[in-house]
Design a protein around this ligand. Structure first.
Ligand SMILES: [Zn+2]
Length: 593
């Protein structure tokens, strides 16, 4: 039996019926004063559908029993396997990556979940994702040549990293004129254009991290301290390419980027992946680069410009780009390899509305094995990032299977690949979904769970974005926890994990995890541990299982995530984006389809 074949969504009659049900769900939600519909669930009766009346019901007691399936021992067993040296840091398209995919298939199969992909007798847990893997083979320095003939050589990884996403065996910048373009942002809705009046053809943009609102700490500019998508490096390279530039160099600053230079140099060296495209990404920049702030300060000084002053200028409305008298050169030697990795999706089919979906996502990939100095650990195990989230998918699936019957709507557990390479697996899924986006009711993403113990707070990344917050608040209150906005919205975490690709398509997605108020620990403990993780472990070989891990917060979070998934999948609820949110219009357009 095919599970979810495309034909199931194709019938005109079904679509019409589903549309009127959506309208009904809409009005329900609108009359509910912003509160999720939960009373029905807790009263025990979940379904008045005649055909379903003889079926067992999902009542409060059965949810309790099912939730107890989520336990530390089971969770850690998965984490231990996924983060083992045998899995070699789970890079896509490597033996370690293949072991991960097989492990997930096996676990989902053992639990009796259905494959989420394919149809008509040819189903699979795997969704093939074609990747182009590019590796720089020559440690290219970035050379800045100034008007007076002097040069500033920025050694690879020490003070610069250069890359390309174009397929080929070489990429160059040859004495490409440098232009300081501030934040490199073209945002008509904010009346902002950092490329005003300049032709960038063949030139190289020098770009600041983050966006003007962050630097100015001015709520009137962009979103103030909270990063907008314009603050992300992905956007900056895309925009420079749209402007016709040959290259772009982003100036790294620890504070404004949200991570230290080692994260940049570590993430951008070694094999890099893009989604495969027929044209080999020839419309992208020839060279995408980063440099340290020290290097930028010298460059500006050589142009008789004061870096701090220029940054201040770029942060004012009306900034126009500044042509520099220096040029940039770099010569990259590349090996490229087309490869295939997989998203892994498993499904519990809904009992009455199987074509509507609640989705859980987590990326299974991490950074793999890297070349490091002799005697150093070369395996980047990615225990916290994101063996924890991947293990969470299995635990959540197990809890759902322990319910007395499947929820009304379908539930998918989607482990995506190539997140660390730019959210590629989820991007591919969002373009090629197993369920249409307008039938994907809502979801939760899990990435890098907290291992510092049970907390009094739960941090919502993108707090206030959607009604998903209300579902979380409802569950958090039962745990005597409070919701808090992310403490560092300037780091743009909402744009840095896989839920973003679904949000971009209009699906309300929740991304939240245990906060910093750790139970039974002195004030300041959570912050100290969080700082330690970012400084010593995040995207480093030291992201391993550590003996002091306390998974109390993980168990709290998974308990809440499970109950939210049950509440939404077993109801007519249609969570909405908040008024004024950047994704609301996308959702409304998608539902009208
Ligand atoms: Zn991650």
């Amino acid at each position: 039996m095919p599970t979810i074949s495309k034909s199931r969504f194709g019938s005109h009659i079904q679509s019409t019926t589903m549309f009127s049900m959506l309208i009904a769900a809409f009005s329900l939600t609108l009359t509910a004063c912003d509160q999720p519909q939960q009373t029905k669930l807790e009263a025990g009766a979940t379904n008045t559908d005649q055909a379903a009346q003889s079926m067992p019901v999902i009542d409060a007691a059965s949810i309790e029993t099912a939730a107890s399936q989520i336990d530390d021992a089971g969770f850690m067993q998965h984490v231990r396997t996924l983060a083992s040296d045998e899995f070699e840091g789970r890079a896509p398209s490597t033996p370690g990556g293949e072991k991960t995919v097989s492990y997930l298939e096996n676990e989902f199969n053992k639990l009796g979940l259905k494959p989420a992909f394919g149809g008509d007798g040819d189903t699979s847990y795997r969704q093939g994702v074609e990747l182009m893997e590019l590796t720089i083979t020559n440690n290219p320095a970035l050379t800045l040549t100034h008007k007076d003939g002097t040069s500033q050589v920025l050694p690879y990884k020490e003070s610069s990293v250069s890359f390309t996403s174009r397929t080929g065996d070489a990429a160059q910048l040859e004495a490409s004129e440098l232009v300081f373009v501030g934040y490199g942002v073209v945002a008509p809705e904010y009346g902002w254009n950092d490329y005003a009046g300049i032709d960038m053809t063949g030139k190289t943009a020098v770009i600041l991290v983050n966006d003007p609102g962050y630097r100015a700490e001015n709520d009137e500019l962009f979103k103030g301290r909270a990063m907008t998508y314009y603050g992300r490096w992905t956007y900056k390279y895309e925009e420079a390419a749209r402007q016709g530039a040959a290259g772009a160099i982003i100036v790294h600053e620890d504070g404004a980027a949200g991570y230290p230079w080692e994260v940049v140099s570590g993430s951008w060296s070694g094999p890099q992946y893009n989604l495969y495209t027929a044209d080999g990404n020839q419309n992208n920049l020839a060279v995408e680069a980063w440099m340290t702030q020290d290097a930028a300060q010298s460059l500006f000084a050589s142009n008789k410009l004061d870096y701090t002053e220029m940054v201040a200028k770029a942060t004012q409305p009306g900034f126009t780009p500044i042509s520099m008298s220096s040029t940039a050169s770099a010569s990259l030697e590349i090996t490229s390899r087309q490869s295939k990795s997989y998203n892994v999706g498993a499904l519990i089919e809904g009992s009455t509305r199987p074509d509507e979906l609640f989705i859980y996502t987590a990326h299974w990939d991490h950074l793999g094995v890297k070349s490091v100095a002799d005697g150093e650990d070369a395996i980047f195990n990615g225990a916290q990032d994101n063996a924890t989230g991947t293990a969470a998918l299995i635990e959540l699936a197990q809890a759902f299977k322990a319910l007395p019957t499947a929820p009304e709507r379908s539930v998918m557990f989607l482990a995506v690949t190539a997140e660390e390479s730019g959210l590629l697996g989820s991007k591919y899924y969002a373009e090629n979904p197993a369920f249409p986006m307008h039938k994907t009711i809502a979801g939760i993403n899990v990435d890098g769970m907290s291992t510092i113990g049970a907390t009094d707070d739960i941090v919502v990344v993108g707090y206030g974005n959607s009604q998903m917050d209300e579902y979380l608040r409802h569950e958090a209150e039962k745990q005597n926890r409070v919701l808090v906005p992310e403490p560092t919205p300037e780091k743009g975490y909402f744009y840095r994990s896989d839920h973003f690709n679904l949000a971009k398509k209009g699906v309300p997605m929740l991304y939240a995890e245990a906060g910093l108020k750790v139970r039974g620990k002195p004030a300041g403990y959570g912050q100290q541990e969080s700082d330690k993780y970012l400084a010593e472990r995040y995207h480093k070989a030291a992201d391993e299982i550590h003996p002091e891990w306390d998974n109390g917060g993980i168990l709290q979070d998974l308990n809440a995530h499970f109950r939210i998934g049950v509440a939404i999948s077993n109801s007519n609820d249609q969570p909405q984006w908040s008024e004024g949110n950047e994704f609301k219009a996308i959702r409304e357009a998608s539902l009208i389809q």
